[in-house]
Design a protein around this ligand. Structure first.
Ligand SMILES: [Zn+2]
Length: 302
């Protein structure tokens, strides 16, 4: 659709993605080429971690970076409403807001449904959402809460799946605290070493699960790692945008997000952004917010 749309991928993202996939380590290259969830480590997916750089700190020192000043950027089509951050790189002056699909929201406030969490952007250690609830749906696991808005959307999606293909979605993992994530990550590091663990598990503070907006999913009797191969997983991949969710880690965005593909890890961003993401064939939240790729941790991130 939207053949009149310009190609959005920023030159920065494209360049980084290409170079990483072509010249990265064997491990990275293998993952770039991978399209099979079978190759994903049979470990629960995790993300995130350590918080040396508190999101709130740099945020408080920089205001108004998201004003309309994209005049030095390359051509942008009439329907491309995303705000162009002035800074290409994260750091002291990184943008705090993004404008996408006619909406402007914070991408650094942990309470924003657009909070961007990746290997360059962590959450405060003690951040915990105030509106966590347990979704009324099939669930199996130990971390089964989500923020209220994300929970409602997930329940709606599961019920729609039940109606359309006869099977509900199962929640496997939702909100995880910094300490929950630290336990997971440390376990993976002990098992596989840090370099390997960083490809499939987030360091504490860097996990989207700490936002309460992220859900790992499965079929009721299936393994999470096999979700993408299932009829339900395919339905979810095609329909999640209608409920405000995007598939966060895919074969296409490995070099942007820095994780092996996870066909089960969905991030709630709200219906407006998810619809825009779908209709414009975007491949990552970094691309949606017009920010640089973040495939690796920055110095001092752990
Ligand atoms: Zn996950």
């Amino acid at each position: 659709m939207s053949s009149a749309q310009p190609v959005h991928t920023s030159t920065v993202l494209s360049r980084v993605a290409t170079s990483v996939c072509l010249a990265g380590s064997a491990l990275v290259a293998a993952s770039c080429a991978s399209t099979s969830s079978d190759e994903v480590a049979a470990e629960p997916a995790t993300e995130i971690v350590v918080v040396e750089e508190q999101v709130g700190d740099s945020a408080s020192s920089q205001n108004n970076l998201s004003t309309d000043s994209g005049n030095s950027r390359p051509q942008r089509g009439p329907n491309d409403q995303r705000l162009v951050p002035e800074q290409e790189m994260y750091g002291a002056q990184r943008p705090q807001e993004a404008t996408v699909a006619g909406q402007t929201k914070s991408i650094t406030d942990p309470n924003s449904i657009w909070i961007l969490v990746n290997k360059h952007n962590s959450l405060p250690r003690y951040y915990e959402p105030e509106d966590l609830v347990t979704p009324d749906m099939p669930a199996k696991g130990t971390h089964l809460q989500l923020r209220a808005e994300a929970a409602k959307a997930l329940v709606d999606m599961s019920r729609a799946a039940q109606v359309e293909i006869g099977k509900p979605i199962q929640l496997v993992s939702g909100y995880r605290s910094y300490d929950n994530q630290k336990d997971l990550y440390d376990k993976y590091v002990a098992k596989d070493g840090q370099e390997a663990a960083d490809t499939y598990s987030a360091r504490p503070g860097f996990s989207e699960h700490q936002t309460g907006l992220t859900a790992d999913l499965s079929t009721v009797h299936g393994k999470m790692e096999k979700f993408g191969d299932s009829k339900l997983g395919k339905w979810t991949a095609e329909n999640s945008w209608k409920f405000g969710y995007v598939l966060r880690y895919t074969p296409q965005n490995h070099s942007t997000a820095g994780y092996q593909p996870e066909s089960w890890h969905y991030r709630y961003v709200g219906k407006e952004l998810a619809k825009y993401y779908h209709e414009n064939h975007l491949n990552s939240l970094e691309e949606a917010f017009n920010l640089p790729a973040a495939p690796d941790y920055q110095t001092g991130a752990n």
